[in-house]
Design a protein around this ligand. Structure first.
Ligand code: CA2
Length: 139
């Protein structure tokens, strides 16, 4: 099984800024441990701060993998383009957020991803990515 994790803007700062909200672990360190926990899953990781690059990546892998784990970060709440890209591909997308966006500002309660996602996982910290991978497994 091949899964692609796509992270959106500013998630490259994980573990480096605002640890009280997003934790103290860098995504690279977490991703290394994640690959060890799921040795039979082929995992790819992509991060971009640029909306068009995220859309390009969704289109590139969307016909070629078994699923996408997407944290579109701030673009979640604004991007019709990312929502349209998800609609256009074959691979199912699981939306992940590290924080519980419903406990935060109202603008974070809106998601252009949720209506086109297979499911949504939020508020479990980085563990949400583990849960998203498990959701693709036929147990
Ligand atoms: O909780 C999440 O995963 C979010 O997608 C994170 C986004 C935020 O805009 C969404 O509403 C919820 C922000 C990512 C910013 O990441 C940072 C990490 C460390 C330091 C600063 C920002």
């Amino acid at each position: 099984m091949k899964l692609v994790i796509i992270n959106g803007p500013n998630l490259n700062l994980l573990g480096k800024r605002e640890p009280e909200i997003y934790g103290g672990t860098t995504f690279e360190a977490y991703f290394g441990a994640l690959k060890q926990r799921f040795p039979r899953v082929e995992l790819e990781y992509f991060q971009s701060n640029i909306e068009g690059e995220i859309i390009d990546k969704i289109q590139e892998v969307g016909f070629d993998c078994d699923g996408i784990v997407l944290n579109a970060a701030a673009y979640t709440h604004t991007s019709v383009g990312i929502g349209d890209a998800i609609k256009a591909i074959e691979a199912p997308v699981v939306e992940v957020h590290i924080s519980n966006t419903h406990k935060r500002e109202e603008f974070r309660h809106v998601s252009y991803i949720s209506p086109v996602a297979k499911g949504v996982i939020l508020g479990f910290g980085l563990q949400g990515y583990d849960l998203a991978i498990i959701s693709f497994m036929h147990l």
